[in-house]
Design a protein around this ligand. Sequence first.
Ligand SMILES: Cc1cc2nc3c(=O)[nH]c(=O)nc-3n(C[C@H](O)[C@H](O)[C@H](O)COP(=O)(O)OP(=O)(O)OC[C@H]3O[C@@H](n4cnc5c(N)ncnc54)[C@H](O)[C@@H]3O)c2cc1C
Length: 401
Amino acid sequence: MDLRFTPEEIAFRDEVRAFMRDHVPEPTRRKIIEGRRLLKSDLVEWQRILNKKGWAVPHWPQLWGGTGWNSVKLYIFRDELQQTPAPEPLAFGVNMVGPVIIAFGNEAQKKKFLPRIANLDDWWCQGFSEPGAGSDLASLKTTARRDSDHYVVNGQKTWTTYAQYADWIFCLVRTDPVAKKQEGISFLLIDMKTPGISVRPIQTIDGGHEVNEVFFDDVRVSSENLIGQENKGWDYAKFLLSNERTGIARIGISKARLHRVKELAALEQVDGRPLLEDEAFRRKVAAIEVELRALEMTQLRVVAAERKGGNGKPDPASSILKIKGSELQQAITELMLDVVGPYALPEQRAGEDSERWNEPPVGPEWAETLAPNYFNMRKVSIYGGTNEIQKNIIAKAILGL
Ligand SMILES: Cc1cc2nc3c(=O)[nH]c(=O)nc-3n(C[C@H](O)[C@H](O)[C@H](O)COP(=O)(O)OP(=O)(O)OC[C@H]3O[C@@H](n4cnc5c(N)ncnc54)[C@H](O)[C@@H]3O)c2cc1C
C-alpha cells in the first residue's frame, strides 16, 4: 500500500496551506493556539470565508456545494485546516444533519436547509442523548405524537452542545411507543424558537458553558420537518453516527498542540536550561510523537483504502482512530501541564468554599488556559460514542468476537 502523496496531492496541500495562512483571521488563530474559547462570531466569520472560496462543505455532492475532492484531498484539507490551526466547521450542520438531509431529505428540505448550513446562517445542534439514553441511545423517551399535520413533542435532551447558540435542533423522537425500541424512532428537525422549548446550561469541569439540557413541553412541529419516513429515524441516526467518527482522530489538532508544547517548553527554564532540553521531558515528547506518527499511518491506510474505492461504508478502523486519537489529545494536554507545573493550578482563595477557575493566573499569562483545557479534553473519550463503545465495535466488526 502506497502511503505517499502524489506530486499533484503535494501541490494541492501547498495550495490549501497558503490559503489557510492568508485567510484565517489572526485573532482567531491566536485564540486556538492559546486554547481560548472561540466565540460564535469567530466560527461564523471563518465558515463564510470558506464558503466564499467554495470549500465550506467539500465532502458534499457538488450539486450542493461540494468540491468533488477524493478521500485523500479531503484528508489533506482537514489536516491542513487543523494544523494552521483554523476553526473546524460546526460539525452538527456540516458533518451531521447536512449529509442526512442530502441522503434522506426531500427536495424542499434540501433547498431550504443546505445552503444555510454551508454559510452557517443556521446554527444546528444535536438532540440525541437523554438522561438514561447515551450509549444505549435507542432507549430514548422523548415523544412526538402526531396531531394532523403536526407532531407534538414532549421530553428532554441532554449534553446538547451549543444549544444556547442554536437556531435549529435535529432530534430523535419516539413516534411509536409500542414498537421494538429501534423501530419506533423518527428524525425530526425543530426550530429552536418554537414555543415550549427551554435551554438550561450545564457547567462542565473546566468551568465552561458548552453543553446544555433542552426541554420540550408540548412543542408543535410541522410534519414537513420529518426526515424520510416516520419510524425510520434509527437508520438515519446510524448513518449520521458513522459519519461522526470519520476524521475524529484529529491528528492535525494534536500536531498543532504538540508544536505548542515544544514552543512553551523552549521558553520555560529548568535549572538554567530550557525544559525542552531536559532528557526526561524530551523522552515524553518523543513517545507521543511516535504514537502520533503511528496513528497518522493508520489514518492514511484507511484513506488509501478509500482511495482504491472502499465499499462505501465507514471503515470500522475509524473506531481505532477515535480511541487512539482521543487518548493522544488527552496525553498532550497532560504534557502541557508538565510544562508549567504548579502554574497550571487554578488559584484558590483562602476562605472560599469553591475553586475558582477564572481567577487571574499566578504564572505566565499563557498558563491560565492549560488546566481548563486539560479538564475540557476529558470529553473527547466520551462524545461521539465512548471509547468503551468503540472497543465493543472493534471486537465485533474487526475481531469478529
Ligand atoms: C462534551 C460532550 C458533548 C456532547 N454533546 C452532545 C450533543 O451535542 N448531542 C448529543 O446528543 N449528545 C452529546 N453528548 C452525549 C454523548 O454522546 C454521551 O455522553 C455518550 O454517548 C455517553 O452516554 P452517557 O453520557 O449517557 O453515558 P452512559 O452511556 O451512561 O455510559 C456511562 C459509562 O458506561 C460505559 N458503558 C455504557 N455502555 C457500555 C457497554 N455496552 N459496554 C461497555 N461500557 C459501556 C460508558 O463507556 C461510560 O464509561 C455529549 C457528551 C459530552 C461529554
